[in-house]
Design a protein around this ligand. Structure first.
Ligand code: GLY
Ligand code: MN
Ligand code: MN
Length: 493
């Protein structure tokens, strides 16, 4: 942005600005350096761009059902769910905005500063209002003189447009703090996203009751509705294309670094979706043994493995979470393949254990058993039996993490759900989870033969529980070693 395009900062005085106060304060109706003539000139001569008769967004009926379920759980209480605000990256630039998961889940809206309020209508039922930033005011100069004016950041929906799109009555967000501060009666809010809203509600909410709301909204997302399942499939399909992009450009990564892989996948995420759903793990060679390797600044060498853990987040904010471990030159060495095959077998056992009625823990136990058997077979655990290894958990030196987690809008979805609903829960159709066993031999692990050191393998797929078993949403990417090699050969040409 060139210097002359930066709007001058209005002086911090407020006197005389009773009506139509813009977001940032101005002096006596004028900004410094703006003549009366220019201010007057900028007020008019603009076409009416109001959009009329808009169709509701695709998920409007689903967000309505989600709000109805929330309403039934908390009758007679005001519920406040903020989107969150822009966060400064440096000086006057901000991080890309992503609304809070709770807000997006209940509204389908993705703009910053929004607040959903469910106002109780009596002993049961609620009336929803969404508070949003409206179109910029042209009378007071906000649209071209304020940093968040539409001339700078782009046109927003009018409140009437937003109402039609979201199916929720909309009001100006600049009224929400006062409305909440004045309101009486029981109230709960989702915390952690909007300090201004929290300040307005400070004497009306308690941490304990707010936590119950957060837990409810986490558990409500354990079983995905039809819209969510379609989104997760879209996320997985786009992710598969991103992995193909990476394989096709591995020679360029070899000439540069893991960053080329990160950038290649990110391009796909931005073309097909909103973003990546989490920091891409582009771990070549021994970096594969670091579970959350996101520095991605290492060398990519033929003969080594690439562990790529990445997911596209759709425009409606559902993410895939997929890992493939690939031989960089297209062919596994015998040892790499031995370790890969063990992880593949563990993943097959894990996926087979995902079905309605199964315990959530079953797939983890099934995968861990296979890995323990392999580690014993390879002589890495002395004379211990598989049962003893599992009892003592000794395989975990090399398996390191749980075998999977819920997946949805958050990559580690439903994280506030109670233990009895999640970790100790039972699977049912509509649950979506990852199955992602791995084996990791650290470069400095003296307890394994030298040739194992620096090898890390994980295979991760996104599995939907169905009425009669499961469906692998990420099955467009091959997993079996021969199929991986054939796929890579085809893509590398
Ligand atoms: N990408 C983080 C995970 O697999 O859980
Ligand atoms: Mn992952
Ligand atoms: Mn995962």
């Amino acid at each position: 942005m060139s210097e002359e395009l930066i709007p001058e900062t209005p002086e911090q005085e407020t006197e005389g600005n009773e009506a139509a106060e813009p977001i940032k304060q101005r002096k006596n109706g004028l900004y410094p350096g703006v003549s009366d003539e220019l201010a007057e000139n900028m007020k008019s001569g603009w076409a009416d761009t109001e959009l009329r008769d808009l169709e509701p967004i695709a998920q409007a009926e689903h967000t309505a059902a989600r709000r109805a379920a929330l309403s039934a759980r908390f009758p007679g209480e005001r519920l406040v769910i903020p989107a969150g605000n822009l966060k400064t990256r440096s000086n006057d630039t901000e991080y890309a905005f992503r609304p809070s998961t709770e807000y997006a889940y209940l509204t389908g809206d993705r703009t910053h500063d929004g607040v959903l309020v469910l106002e109780p209508t009596g002993a049961s039922g609620h009336e929803a209002t969404i508070y949003l930033l409206p179109r910029s005011d042209r009378e007071n100069g906000e649209f071209w003189l304020d940093g968040q004016g539409e001339l700078w950041v782009g046109r927003r929906h009018s409140l009437t447009e937003a109402e039609q799109l979201l199916g929720i009555p909309a009001k100006d967000v600049r009224e929400v703090a006062a409305a909440l501060a004045e309101a009486t009666g029981p109230c709960r809010a989702v915390r952690g996203h909007d300090a201004g809203i929290e300040a307005a509600l400070a004497d009306k909410v308690t941490a304990e009751r707010d936590e119950e709301l957060r837990v409810y909204l986490s558990e409500a997302r354990l079983v995905k509705d039809a819209f969510e399942i379609t989104e997760l499939q879209k996320a997985c399909d786009a992710t598969a294309r991103g992995f193909e992009d990476v394989v096709k450009s591995l020679d360029k990564a070899e000439a540069t670094s893991e960053r080329f892989i990160e950038g290649t996948f990110f391009l796909r995420a931005r073309i097909e979706g909103n973003d990546i759903g989490y920091g891409s793990i582009c771990a070549a060679g021994p970096h594969a043994t670091t579970l959350h390797w996101v520095r991605n600044d290492g060398a990519v060498r033929a003969g080594e493995l690439l562990l790529l853990d990445a997911g596209v987040e759709t425009n409606d904010l559902y993410t895939a979470d997929v890992t493939r471990t690939l031989p960089i030159n297209g062919t596994f060495t015998p040892l790499q393949r031995k370790i890969y095959d063990a992880v593949y077998e563990a993943q097959e056992a894990g996926i087979a254990a995902v079905k309605p009625g199964a315990d959530f823990r079953d797939f983890h136990d099934a995968s861990q058993r296979v890995l323990a058997e392999k580690l014993v077979e390879w002589g890495l655990l002395g004379d211990l039996s598989v049962e003893k290894v599992l009892e003592l958990g000794l395989q975990r030196r090399w398996t390191l993490h749980g075998t999977g987690h819920m997946l949805g809008m958050d990559v580690h979805d439903c994280a506030a759900a109670r233990t009895e609903a999640y970790v100790n829960g039972v699977l049912e159709p509509g649950v979506c989870l990852t199955v992602e066993p791995g084996l990791y031999f650290q470069a400095d692990d003296l307890t394994v033969p030298e040739e194992y050191r620096g090898i890390g393998v994980r295979i991760e797929d996104d599995i939907l529980v169905t009425e009669d078993g499961n469906r692998n949403l990420s099955d467009k990417l091959p997993r079996q070693a021969d199929e991986v090699e054939a796929w890579m050969a085809r893509l590398k040409g």
